[in-house]
Design a binder for this molecule. Structure first.
Ligand code: F6P
Length: 316
């Protein structure tokens, strides 16, 4: 079987590990793999390269995606989807593996409805995909944020300040939640866990009275204007505050061991599924086991609120 693989949407550490596993496990079963450059853009523009054992050598430990990625909003238009399928058919590609987030899954589901054999792997730092405990890239991004929080704590403590750290995640607070717990944050503010400004200010006033030298607030992007929040906290609570927006640094870097393993497992599992004639599904990990489910069970579904919020409430 000829199989194509692409990475799409925001890059995530561990995507390369997944592509490597796709290529190597496919080869071991006698299949051939094409890498699609720059996500769905490469499918539309027929930009595919043959990959083999050697072409993915050294990729396991690299960040980003060596295939390239793109956001292609026009891909929801049937005209582009048909073009993509025609381009795949030209090379006798029977199956496609897509690695990305929610937008990538939507494109994958559409192609699947048009008759292509598709498998989706969850690759995004946001951990915002329903149907999987973890997405490829999330663990590494958490590590990156925790390391930033540790550094911010040093300077906050020295200057008796409150550090507000804005992290990515779109409408999912898992990055803030996990990194906030690991970094000992006083407040974790996310779409699933909104906190009133007045409550933050009141608590910080009490902290100040008790002689606490620093505080850390981790906030998911788009919940607050963090610079305005820092000014308000400084004025109203007397706790001098500074905001740091971590930004794209969260998406980069070598994948940690969790993401290397997760990417490798999911990539190999996708090939196993195709080899067994299963497609039209996306892959997940639940209770450490590889699982798969139809795209329709996942696309557009929110993740349930993470049970770790209970832990955070006990130990913050
Ligand atoms: O989905 C991954 C992500 O990094 C989000 O956390 C963030 O909101 C978004 O991508 C940024 O998108 P872009 O790379 O298009 O600016």
């Amino acid at each position: 079987m000829n199989i194509a693989v692409l990475t799409s949407g925001g890059d995530a550490p561990g995507m390369n590990a997944a592509v490597r596993a796709v290529v190597r496990s496919a080869e071991s079963l006698g299949h051939q793999v094409y890498g699609v450059k720059d996500g769905y853009k490469g499918l539309i523009e027929d930009d595919l390269v043959l990959l083999d054992h050697q072409s993915v050598s050294g990729m396991l430990s690299t960040g980003g995606t060596f295939l390239g990625t793109a956001r292609v909003p026009e891909f929801h238009e049937p005209e582009y989807q048909k073009k993509a399928i025609d381009n795949l058919k030209k090379r006798n590609v029977e199956a496609l593996i897509t690695i990305g987030g929610d937008g990538t899954y939507r494109g994958a589901m559409d192609l699947s409805k048009l008759g292509m054999k598709v498998i989706g792997l969850p690759g995004t730092i946001d951990n915002d995909i329903a149907g999987t405990d973890y997405t490829i890239g999330f663990s590494t991004a958490v590590e990156t944020i925790v390391s930033a929080i540790d550094k911010l704590r040093d300077t906050s403590q020295s200057h008796q300040r409150c550090s507000i750290v804005e992290v990515m995640g779109r409408s999912c607070g898992d990055l803030a939640l996990f990194a906030g717990i690991c970094g000992g944050a006083e407040f974790i503010i996310t779409p699933e866990n909104p906190v009133k400004k007045e409550d933050i200010i009141e608590t910080l006033k009490q902290h100040k009275e008790k002689g606490r030298r620093h505080a850390i607030i981790v906030v998911t992007e788009h919940v607050f204007d963090v610079h305005a929040l820092a000014n308000e906290i400084t004025e109203a609570s007397g706790f001098a505050s500074r905001a740091t927006v971590l930004g794209y640094i969260q998406r980069g870097g070598h994948p940690d061991s969790e993401d290397r393993i997760l990417g490798s497992r999911m990539g190999a599992y996708a090939i196993e599924l195709l080899h067994d004639g299963i497609h039209g599904v996306c892959v997940g990990i639940r209770d450490s086991q590889m699982i798969h489910m139809p795209f329709a069970n996942v696309v557009g579904f929110p993740r349930p609120k993470n049970p770790l919020y209970k832990l955070y409430k006990k130990i913050a």
